[in-house]
Design a protein around this ligand. Structure first.
Ligand code: ADP
Ligand code: MG
Length: 731
């Protein structure tokens, strides 16, 4: 081994390596090849090998060796002679080159752009040069582009030909067209989306000499965009078509999206609603502040929220909405606004409220009914015994007046109980076919008396007959109660209007009013122009004992009774009222079929009428007023007295004129019976008809008349009263 050889293997001297095997120094992967080369040499073949070797000090080096056999005179191979050169430098260069190539290949594979230049003469392309990268995008080489002058347009997908041509024509005419996006078919037949931009170049005279184009593969972007568009469309379609409210708000609370359902519900058009502030436009004043603060809290905290609040429609109607609200973010995670999905629960809430109200009324009804029933029994005992005591007393007994007071109070209690029973629908009703118009006609005068002269009274009956199955006297009582309330609501005068009409309750009606069974109804409307009611009052008016009137002025039983009566008639009652705007009650009673006719009026008005003079003794002003008008309407002349004493005085004054005394039994000062006794002393044949305020059983009827013939029960039913009067007079 020569000196250079020793240096190569990093040996100090020949001694260091003499007699040693060279194999371990050869890099492992070349060891076998090296061995076989040596063996070949000894078999007489010479050979070459490039291999890697590790120097004694660990330096790697590349060697090229040529080995030839050396033979003796006999031709025997005795030695292998190798000439070895260091090729490390070359090898390293090769490696670097390889790496570079690899990198380059990867770059071209990844490249999505290529550039081309078109030389132009007289506005016509004459030569085109494409950068090598064109192969990555199109699959065609620059050479192929150079050889085929039409390849640039041939590779464009059919449907985009015009677009691409236009761009070329524009740039050839010297302008700079906008970049375009189009499809190309690659050499391998696959489709790609590219973006193509061109820039013209001019010479010093301003003549177009060439243009450069850059073509970029945007397939991935297009696919992503299309996928995004498709998924956006899906979302949008969903939001548009669901029967739920969908509203998107930006950070200021302005509406950036709302669906058709929402627009239909609120009555606004999309243009009117978009970009408007949600809170200003759709939230009622009283929840606006709260709504805004919740909104702000949510966009700062980025949480999800469930909420329920009313919104205002274009018509100013409130709709109750349950919301599920999500906070929206952009791709960087910043909050951009909120998305709300809302369910309109207005009808649900109203039904719930109605059900609650109905259940409450039912419960109160049970309670009131139960109490009234027991109390009635107790009252019977009180009245009965008080009466017995009274009968056993001497006429001048000073304690008499106490018992009379007991009886008078019991009478009032009995009438309260009557109202309670009506409310709890425990009263006995007598259903007959009647024409509502007729009821209104008949009660007109009485109502007139009730409301007094300061109030205008108008009635408006229907042209058609409105036949319902009803207890006439109870419907009348209900109307009287309503009129009394109207009077109280108009202390300084006003107008009371009572009208009747036919109304059809159908699905739409039920949806709008939230009550009713489908069918045809007679509707009695009682409207006043009085003080009206606030919401809170309106909620409670039908409850027994609810009154806003001073102690002693209101019992709170008027409307409770009306309610019970109407329910018992399978009807509905509804109230519309606002403070200062008057009150309207509407009573719906189911109409009978067109074939049904009310029983003939039994000629009541003619047969029961008369021209006689009647002394009416009654302490209750309203009852007196009612009876007076009833009697006068039937042709009688009426003298009115407010108690027994007054009655006696009037009788004396009009002696001979009076044909009949119609008297209450229990009255202050002088009672009916007492008065009768006194009158009989003056006119023994005088005809008398008593009106009893409480159940007949509790009064010893014999003391008034035989078999109770001349006694009539309260509440007085007009027809019955007139018939009875006629009966007594004609007897
Ligand atoms: P009362 O008349 O004894 O108070 P009601 O049951 O008849 O009892 O009426 C209950 C309450 O309803 C009244 O106290 C009043 O507040 C209210 N109300 C009834 N009718 C009217 C009306 N026409 N206008 C205003 N308020 C009314
Ligand atoms: Mg009342």
């Amino acid at each position: 081994m020569n000196r250079i050889g020793l240096e190569m293997i990093e040996a100090e001297s020949l001694d260091q390596v003499r007699g040693q095997c060279v194999y371990p120094m050869v890099s492992e992967e070349y060891r076998e090849a090296f061995k076989s080369l040596t063996q070949d040499v000894f078999k007489g073949r010479s050979g070459t090998l490039e291999f890697k070797m590790i120097g004694l000090k660990g330096r790697p080096l590349w060697l090229f060796t040529k080995a030839v056999p050396l033979r003796n005179e006999k031709g025997q191979i005795v030695l292998s002679l190798s000439v070895t050169i260091d090729i490390t430098e070359r090898k390293e260069m090769e490696e670097a080159l390889q790496k570079n190539e690899e990198r380059y290949r990867r770059i071209t594979e990844a490249i999505t752009d290529y550039i081309y230049t078109v030389r132009v003469e007289n506005r016509r392309p004459v030569e085109t040069r494409h950068s090598e990268a064109c192969v990555a995008v199109t699959g065609f080489t620059s050479r192929e582009f150079a050889e085929d002058p039409y390849l640039w347009i041939k590779m464009v997908s059919e449907e985009d030909h015009d677009l691409v041509r236009e761009q070329a024509e524009e740039v050839l005419s010297g302008k700079t067209p906008d970049p375009i996006e189009h499809r190309i078919i690659r050499k391998n037949g696959s489709m790609r989306w590219v973006e193509s931009a061109v820039v013209p170049h001019y010479d010093m005279n301003g003549t177009l000499i060439s243009y450069d184009g850059i073509v970029r593969d945007i397939t991935e972007r297009r696919i992503a965009e299309e996928a995004l568009l498709a998924s956006e469309k899906k979302c949008r379609d969903l939001l548009e078509n669901i029967q739920l409210i969908a509203v998107l708000l930006d950070l200021k609370g302005n509406i950036t999206f709302c669906n058709d359902y929402f627009l239909r519900l609120t009555g606004w058009s999309r243009d009117e609603a978009l970009n408007r502030n949600w809170f200003d436009m759709f939230l009622p004043e009283d929840v606006k502040g709260y709504g805004k603060s919740v909104f702000r809290a949510n966009i700062t905290r980025g949480t999800i929220l469930h909420n329920e609040n009313p919104i205002i429609t274009r018509q100013g109607v409130l709709r109750q909405i349950v919301w599920d609200i999500a906070v929206l973010h952009d791709s960087d995670g910043n909050v951009t606004g909120t998305a709300g999905i809302g369910i309109d629960v207005t009808e649900h809430r109203m039904l719930e409220e109605q059900l609650r109200q109905a259940q409450k009324m039912e419960a109160i009804g049970h309670l009131a009914g139960g109490i009234a029933h027991d109390f009635n029994n107790i009252l019977s005992a009180i009245v009965g015994y008080a009466h017995l005591t009274l009968m056993k007393m001497k006429d001048n007994d000073p304690l008499r007046i106490n018992i009379e007071h007991i009886l008078a109070s019991s009478g009032r209690a009995a009438s309260l109980i009557q109202s309670l029973l009506a409310f709890s629908r425990k009263q006995i009703i007598l259903l007959k076919l009647v024409d509502i118009n007729e009821i209104l006609y008949d009660i007109k005068t009485i109502l007139c008396r009730i409301i007094g002269e300061d109030i205008d009274f108008k009635t408006d009956t229907a042209v058609k007959r409105l036949i319902v199955k009803a207890d006439k006297s109870q419907i009348e009582q209900a109307l009287m109660n309503l009129a009394t309330n109207a009077r109280d609501a108009m202390p300084h005068g006003g107008t009371l209007t009572i009208s009747a009409e036919e109304v059809e309750i159908n699905g739409r009606f039920i949806q709008m009013h939230q009550f009713g069974e489908p069918g045809r109804y007679a509707v009695i409307t009682v409207a006043d122009t009085g003080v009206g009611m606030d919401e809170k009052t309106k909620k409670n008016i039908f409850e027994p004992f609810f009154t806003t009137k001073e102690v002693g002025k209101g019992t709170g039983l008027g409307l409770a009774m009306v309610y019970g009566t109407i329910k018992q008639h399978n009807g509905y009652i509804n109230v519309y009222s606002e403070p200062g705007k008057g009150t309207t009650f509407k009573i719906y009673l189911p109409l009978e079929g067109p074939g049904e006719q009310p029983a003939e009026k039994k000629g009541a008005s003619t047969v029961s009428a008369g021209t006689e003079t009647i002394l009416l003794v009654e302490d209750e002003e309203i009852v007196r007023a009612i009876m007076r008008s009833l009697l006068e309407e039937s042709g009688y002349t009426v003298l009115e007295a407010t108690d027994g004493e007054d009655g006696l005085r009037l009788f004396k004054e009009n002696r001979g004129k009076i044909n009949l005394v119609l008297s209450d039994i229990i009255m202050p000062k002088m009672q009916g019976r007492e008065m009768y006794e006194e009158i009989k002393k003056i006119a023994p044949d005088i005809k008398i008809l008593f009106i009893s305020g409480y159940p007949a059983d509790f009064i010893d009827q014999k003391s008034f008349s035989e078999k109770g013939k001349n006694i009539i029960d309260k509440p007085v039913i007009p027809d019955e009263l007139l018939r009875k009067i006629r009966e007594v007079l004609d007897n």
